[in-house]
Write a new protein. Structure first.
Length: 73
């Protein structure tokens, strides 16, 4: 595996943990460094780190706060 890729993976704790949970990615990253993008997308999908997931969480939180405030009135 490329040294710079190893450094990127070790710097981010979520990537490191995801790689340990899904060790088949080690084989894929060893074969082709371009699979890094696929690895990052899979990690973001599993941990709900995509922008759309963050927006949905924010909307859910606003709905929850609105419901609590309506209950308190």
């Amino acid at each position: 595996m490329d040294y710079l890729l190893q450094q990127k993976l070790n710097e981010d704790k979520k990537m490191d943990f995801f790689l340990k949970e899904n060790s088949f990615w080690i084989k894929e990253l060893n074969r082709n460094v371009d699979n890094y993008k696929l690895f990052v997308n899979a990690m973001k999908e599993k941990y709900h780190l995509k922008v759309t997931d963050k927006i949905n969480n924010a909307i859910d939180n606003m709905d929850l706060i609105t419901g609590i405030l309506d209950t308190l009135k």
